[in-house]
Design a protein around this ligand. Structure first.
Ligand SMILES: NC(=O)c1ccc[n+]([C@@H]2O[C@H](COP(=O)([O-])OP(=O)(O)OC[C@H]3O[C@@H](n4cnc5c(N)ncnc54)[C@H](O)[C@@H]3O)[C@@H](O)[C@H]2O)c1
Length: 318
């Protein structure tokens, strides 16, 4: 099997290390680079992952690299086709994602500048929170074309919605289709009109109050896990989403998935990073794909755009 290319994951915490592991286990790229500012952590995790290769049967090599906040060590990411930025603090119980904005903005800005210097042709996938704002900041700090910087949120939120519907109706997750758009926060827009089970509209299977409950649980999906864990936030489903996005880029798949992408006229919305469906390939976002929405879903998407637009304007100064 031909393995090709290099993917870097910046940040070797829970999210980053599981993303690196998933990417390595796909066995489709030559090298996965894992970096962190904690001395020895990425090297130790990389060695551990490489030792799992004979058992799991993959040949992708994981390279660990400690980096400095001064940009030292970033030579290791040279030639990366994709860089996934997971560096930053996760939420604590009771915190909103927005409470992380100042601390994570300074981390994401310095990481993005180093990425631009050492991997100038990479597609950048941002996961650090608050997601929509950190994606906008990474684009500003790298100076990359907007289609080459995107964020991970919608694939995860959609998976959470799908899982809740499957659990509620006691059906396989594979029979459920759902969709969320909008922001990765309070103005997330679950789209019930695009939800179905074995092709039957969700609204025909559940009363509106039950659908509303599932929508609310999706919107609070991250907080529900933060409250249970007490320290740290979710990473199994989030890393699955980021790894899938990186894979779609590496395979030039043309897969359509919900991501945080630059919106330029679609849905009548312009000039903002927002959760929408997009076709993903080697260039990053090939195009934003518009879907039919009800009037209220469309209004919610417009409200989400205005909420994140204001915050994204603020991050330029952070
Ligand atoms: N977008 C999403 O859907 C989603 C979902 C879950 C978590 N997150 C976010 O992902 C981020 C990471 O979460 P986590 O659970 O891995 O947290 P974590 O605390 O386990 O890991 C974060 C890592 O980033 C490292 N780091 C900090 N500054 C760095 C720098 N300048 N360069 C390189 N590495 C640096 C830390 O040393 C740490 O190892 C958080 O901001 C969290 O809120 C996003």
């Amino acid at each position: 099997m031909a393995r090709k290319g290099k993917v870097t994951v910046v940040g070797a915490g829970f999210y980053g290390s599981t993303t690196a592991q998933r990417l390595a286990e796909y066995d489709i790229v030559e090298t996965v680079v894992l970096t962190d500012i904690i001395e020895g952590r990425p090297e130790g995790l990389a060695l551990d992952m490489n030792q799992s290769r004979p058992i799991e049967g993959f040949e992708t090599t994981v390279v660990g690299q400690t980096t400095g906040t001064d940009g030292s060590g970033y030579e290791a990411i040279a030639g990366s086709d994709v860089v996934v930025i997971t560096a930053g603090l996760p939420r604590k119980p009771g915190m909103s994602r927005m409470d992380l904005i100042e601390t994570n903005a300074s981390i994401v800005r310095s990481v993005a500048e180093s990425v631009a210097r050492h991997a100038p042709d990479a597609v950048v996938i941002v996961v650090s929170n608050p997601l929509d704002e950190m994606t906008a900041l990474a684009q500003i700090a790298t100076g990359f074309p907007k289609h080459r910087v995107l964020g991970q949120a919608g694939l995860l939120d959609t998976a959470r919605f799908t899982n809740s519907v499957a659990e509620r109706l006691c059906v396989p997750v594979g029979s459920v289709t759902t969709l969320t758009l909008g922001s990765h926060g309070d103005t997330m827009v679950p789209v019930p009109s695009r939800c179905s089970v074995d092709g039957k509209p969700l609204g025909d299977l559940l009363p509106p109050t039950d659908v509303d409950e599932l929508v609310e649980r999706t919107r609070n999906g991250g907080a529900e896990i933060v409250a249970l864990l007490k320290t740290g936030s979710a990473y199994y489903a989030p890393s699955a989403a980021a790894a899938r996005m990186a894979r779609a880029v590496m395979e030039d798949a043309g897969a359509v998935m919900p991501v945080c992408a630059w919106v330029d006229g679609e849905y009548g919305i312009s000039g903002v990073y927002l959760g929408v469906e997009a076709e993903i390939g080697l260039v990053g976002v090939r195009r934003v794909v518009e879907t039919d929405l009800t009037d209220s879903e469309r209004a919610a998407l417009e409200a989400a755009a205005e909420a994140v637009r204001a915050k994204q304007a603020d991050v330029q100064h952070l």
